[in-house]
Design a protein around this ligand. Sequence first.
Ligand code: HEM
Length: 129
Amino acid sequence: MKQDIKSRADVERMVNTFYDKVKQDDVIGFIFNDIAKVNWEKHLPVMYDFWENIIFLTNKYVGNPMSVHIHLNEQVPFTKEHFQRWLLLFTGTVDELFEGKKADIVKEKAASIAAIMETKIASPFKIMR
Ligand code: HEM
């Protein structure tokens, strides 16, 4: 039986598994590999902090995800399909590894942040920038 997300080590496993899928993905992989040319050694610990804060309220993440994505969106316009694929990979990763309250919370949070991000940067109206 699958367990819930219980520790930083679980968060790291979730993030690593998610980005393994992202890097190979035919819809959004290129944004990470070719456009942002992500330095994974630097990016992964930032993402551990980001998701650990969302799940366990650790307050370790310092940053502004919205401005990072607004900047990226200027180099490659993000589409609805990009967001849908991002969320599909994220939700699929959580479901593959975990089951429980924290797993449900992290999927809900990811979906709501993705929806806000999409409205702010990928919407034809580009509101509240
Ligand atoms: C179309 C969907 C998305 C794409 C293509 C995308 C792509 C990226 C890329 C390329 C980076 C930069 C990595 C680097 O250079 O270090 C990044 C950073 C980040 N992304 Fe996304 N992202 C997407 C959606 C999301 C969503 C929905 C969330 C949150 C739920 C999120 C959270 C973050 C965070 C926290 C960072 C790090 C920001 C920082 O450096 O402080 N992303 N993303």
